[in-house]
Design a protein around this ligand. Sequence first.
Ligand SMILES: CC(C)(COP(=O)(O)OP(=O)(O)OC[C@H]1O[C@@H](n2cnc3c(N)ncnc32)[C@H](O)[C@@H]1OP(=O)(O)O)[C@@H](O)C(=O)NCCC(=O)NCCS
Length: 206
Amino acid sequence: MHLSVRPAAASDLPFFHEICLKTGFYGEDATSLCGDHLILGELYAAPYLFHDIDLCFVALQDGTPAGYCVGSADTLDFARWMESSWLPAIRARYQDRQTPERRASDFERKVFRSLAARPEGFDPELRPWLADYPAHLHVDLLPALQGKGFAKALVDAFCRELRSRDCPGVHLDVSARNPRAIRFYEKMGFEVLVHGDGGLLMGKKT
Ligand SMILES: CC(C)(COP(=O)(O)OP(=O)(O)OC[C@H]1O[C@@H](n2cnc3c(N)ncnc32)[C@H](O)[C@@H]1OP(=O)(O)O)[C@@H](O)C(=O)NCCC(=O)NCCS
C-alpha cells in the first residue's frame, strides 16, 4: 500500500463525503444512522473545498483520498460565508425532505437541528478565545489509514499553511464520546480551552 499526503483538489469532493460519513458518528461509521448520506459532508467537509481550498489536505491510499484535514483560518469569516453562500440552498433542500421524522435516528435529528441558523453562536464576545485561536479544523481518516502517522502529517501541513498566513492559533470541538481523538489532539499539542457539556473545545498555537 502506497501512502502519501497532498493539497486537496476540487475533484476530491466525492471522497470528502465518503470519509465524513464513515467517520461521522464520534469517529465511527454514521452510514446506518443517517438516511441522508450527504448531510454530514455538506456541513463538515465539502464547504471547506469551496471556501479556502489551500487549507484542505488529503491523505491518499493507493492514490485515492482516504483522509483529510480541512478548516478555515478565520472562523468568523467562515461562519458568515456559510450563512450567506453555503447553507441557504442546503436548508431549502432539506425543508422539502420527505423522510418521516419518526424514521430518523436521534443522531440524524441532531445533525438536522444544527442546520438551523445560530446567529448568537458566532458572536465574538461569546468566544473570547477566538482572538488567539481564530482558525478551526476537522481531521478524519478512514480506518485503514488510522494509526499510521497520517493524521499528524495532515494537521502539520494545515498548521504550516496557517503559519505562512501569520495566523496565531487553531481550535476545534471534540466530543467526550470520542476519547481516541481527544488523546490524539493532546499528543499534537492541543490544550483544553473550554470544558463544554458534551465535550471539549481545544486549541493550539501555531
Ligand atoms: C482521531 C484520528 C484523527 C487520530 O489519527 P491517527 O491516525 O491515530 O493519528 P496518527 O497515526 O497520525 O498519530 C499521531 C501521533 O499521535 C499519537 N496518537 C494518536 N492517537 C492516539 C491516542 N488515541 N492515544 C495516544 N496517542 C495517540 C500517535 O501515537 C502518534 O504519536 P507519535 O508521533 O509519537 O508516533 C483518527 O483516528 C481518525 O480519523 N478517527 C476517526 C475520525 C475522528 O474521530 N476524527 C476526529 C473528530 S473530532
